[in-house]
Design a protein around this ligand. Sequence first.
Ligand SMILES: Nc1nc2c(ncn2[C@@H]2O[C@H](COP(=O)(O)OP(=O)(O)OP(=O)(O)O)[C@@H](O)[C@H]2O)c(=O)[nH]1
Ligand SMILES: [Mg+2]
Length: 452
Amino acid sequence: MITSLKLAIVGHANFGKTSLLRALSHNSHFGDVSDKPGTTRHVESIKLSLANNTDITFYDTPGFEDSLALYDYITQILPANTKLDGIDKLTTFLQSPEAENLFNQEAKVIRQVLNCDAAIYVIDVREPVLPKYHDELAILANSDKPILAVLNFTSSKEQNEKEWKRLLSIIGIHAIIGFDAVFPPIDGEEKLYKSLALLIESAKKILDNWLDNITRIRESRNHTANKLIAEALVDVTAFYKMAKSDDKQAVTDMQNKVRLREQKVINDLLQLYQFDSTQESEENLPLIKGRYNADLFNLDALKLMGIHLTKGFVSGATIGASIDLATGGLSFGSAALIGAAVGSLMQTAKHYGSRMRYQLSGYSKLSVDDVIICFLSLRLVQLKESLNYRSHANTSPIRLSKLDKNEWQKGVLPKSLKVARRYSHWSTLNKGTKRNDKKRQSVINQVAQQLR
Ligand SMILES: Nc1nc2c(ncn2[C@@H]2O[C@H](COP(=O)(O)OP(=O)(O)OP(=O)(O)O)[C@@H](O)[C@H]2O)c(=O)[nH]1
Ligand SMILES: [Mg+2]
């Protein structure tokens, strides 16, 4: 049994080797990726360290380019009537002058394969099967190393999967999996490591260990994400301000604080999933890359999310032409209001009881409306789901995942979260926050459970 597993990622230029490694290492900055062939010029490695001092190191390699010429060259330099076996053929090539000149890229690949326990051969299944691919596979097969073929670009419409499988079978490669580096199947990583475990017996322990690790990390990450979201929801629910009903500035200030809180939780989620804020988002997503798309206080965005708007909320909003003009998605905790906003606010007013002192002097409690908090919750959960399945090789803007019918669409806070309305010191947006308050923590845990 070995304790360090070395795997070479090989294949034709531009077939997605570096992208596959980004996906497997969950690192969107690994190497250079572009749609021009010949992007990776040197062998680059990345190590995944596991518990009990075992590790897996992946080696990204330059792509094969002129494999027909390489095949001819290797055949031609071999002594006449040679009985050299596969590996000797390759070492003879590596010692030849052209290994430093014409074929120096290919020599790097072959040298790396010989230094590894196995190779992963990446295939662009959109490509027709050409003689050059036959030749590069035949050269690699000389290495006598186990080879796992990975069919990449499987989510694309053009497919030559059958033809590729036929070629692989001719060469004697029977371990094949589909793994699109940009849109991998949900169980893609598991399948890949299980196939490797069958192929490289001496590494079974390392790979089983890694498989356990993947499951554990995935669950723990999802759990942490739910807690981050729940904490943001508690912060926004317990957030309040005492203000006069015509105090537009108070409304704007509160909205801005809530927006910043949303930005913070989005950044925290991106970081948790090892994405950074260079990720862009689609139009209907909130603030990624410092750019506001759909604002939290925008009625159209709310509707698009399928949130049921309470009667009062809608009338309050429509009278003022937009939410901003009515109450800005915030509600005053008393009926001591005038004009357009009253219709909207009467309904929520009941929740807060009277705050005599402030009411007498014209102040009342301003807090974020249920509907807005439900909207916030929905899009954070959708973002989390999307990150759960997002490949680190994906360079397109982040899209929110679709959800099945969800409780939060009712626009009414669940009881577990509603409690937070009564405890202003639970919100980090208020002064005098007690973050470690036991009851606060327990409510965060309950809300996190509900997000599952
Ligand atoms: N849609 C899709 N695009 C992919 C996939 N894999 C790679 N790409 C894209 O294909 C192009 C080439 O990907 P790379 O990862 O640079 O390919 P490579 O094999 O490392 O290329 P070289 O280093 O030049 O040999 C990039 O534009 C990737 O974004 C995939 O599975 N699906
Ligand atoms: Mg590359």
